[in-house]
Design a protein around this ligand. Sequence first.
Ligand SMILES: Nc1ncnc2c1ncn2[C@@H]1O[C@H](COP(=O)(O)OP(=O)(O)OP(=O)(O)O)[C@@H](O)[C@H]1O
Length: 454
Amino acid sequence: MTGHLLLIDDDESLLAVTSHNLSTGGFSVLEARSGEEGLALFAKKWVDLVVTDVKLSGMDGLAVLAAVKEVNPDVPVIVITAHGSIEMAVEAMKQGAFTFITKPFSRDALRLSCRKALEMGSLQRKNRELTDEIEAMRGKEAPVVASPAMERLVATARRVANSEAPVLITGESGTGKEVIARLIHRESPRCSGPLVTVNCAAIPENLVESELFGHVKGAFTGAVSDQPGKFRAANGGTLFLDEIGDLPLAIQAKLLRAIQEKEVEPVGSQKVISCDIRLVSATHRDLAKAISDGGFREDLFYRIGVVPLHIPPLRERPEEIVPMANHFLGTFIPHAGRPLSFTKGAAGALAAHPWPGNIRELKNVVERCAILVSGDTIDTSDLALAGSSGASPGGSFRLPEKGLSLPDLEQDLIRQALSRSGGNRSQAARLLGIPRHVLIYRLEKYGISGQTDS
Ligand SMILES: Nc1ncnc2c1ncn2[C@@H]1O[C@H](COP(=O)(O)OP(=O)(O)OP(=O)(O)O)[C@@H](O)[C@H]1O
């Protein structure tokens, strides 16, 4: 590995020889004859590694080391010490030098140390970049809050995050239930543990039990090895059961037991295994109605919903629509590579739209505009919001005079539902009011490809 190296030595002849040895080894070398000159260069030029003699007239090598570390702790420093000055070397290491080299040193030993230092510096930089990126992504996940209702809800979510109480988040599809679940985990004492999400609606009924509680090898055809299951995967952290209202009744009883006893019994095993999880659940269903219809256990409902949080649909917090749209636009601008904004008319149209797909739909519309619009402004016509076409307010569809092709209409609606749900089939099926397997059948029938649920 080669790189930009700053070499500091006040011994003119040693500086020339060392510089030559490093340049011929493929390094690009900046020379400085004093610590002060070296730091001035460090401030102006790109430097990947500093190599400094420890004894310099004026500012010494240890002071250079301290100054470099203060400006940029990722840049490694190699200190050259005189033979026998072991205290100096120890002091340099204590102050954060990458290594020390004792005079006289061979050309190869110096080159090898420089290469190792550069490798370490590059790894440190990458590590820092990745950490920053993760932090930035976490920041981006922070919900946009611009209405009193959501301010109250987020404040409650932050308060309950500190407790171990099970939380049940309800609200229409796309209102931000998962965003709130993530916020609860992030702000809880379990934040350094895992957050494991299970979309209960997306798991085939015969696999739900093993998905949640795990299984042992040979428990059923295809169980080729032991699997821990999501409860155990979430040990020490938070288990987020999304679409809990879609869990089959038989599993609900087992789930209740697992939550009460804090232990699970993997499929095919007689052993119970304890699990330390905090449960957060979400559903778009009306669980009170599901209980009265016999589709959801009342005891489980009370167990999972110690703290209920209901997220209102976007149409009931219209003051959030434009700030939210601007927020999403801001996140797409770096990809678009140019400034983008909504015209007044477009902002008005966004605010007036009922957003049946809630925030997910709004985000999709903004993303589509950011990709398709060629200028800097997004106008009402660019939004292409489904307006008066389609269902009339009364809910009945007006058949055009000349009739229409039902299969074409069906395919078009399926595509719209997939687009609104961001490719999520379970949500698309809900938007169309049909079971997921019926949607999958139609996707296959019409040869429409759609993203699978994750
Ligand atoms: N307050 C918010 N601020 C910014 N983005 C949000 C907010 N709420 C939701 N979103 C975004 O909207 C989309 C849908 O949110 P989310 O998946 O949390 O909804 P949901 O209610 O869990 O949906 P479903 O019930 O369909 O699973 C996501 O892309 C999410 O990042």
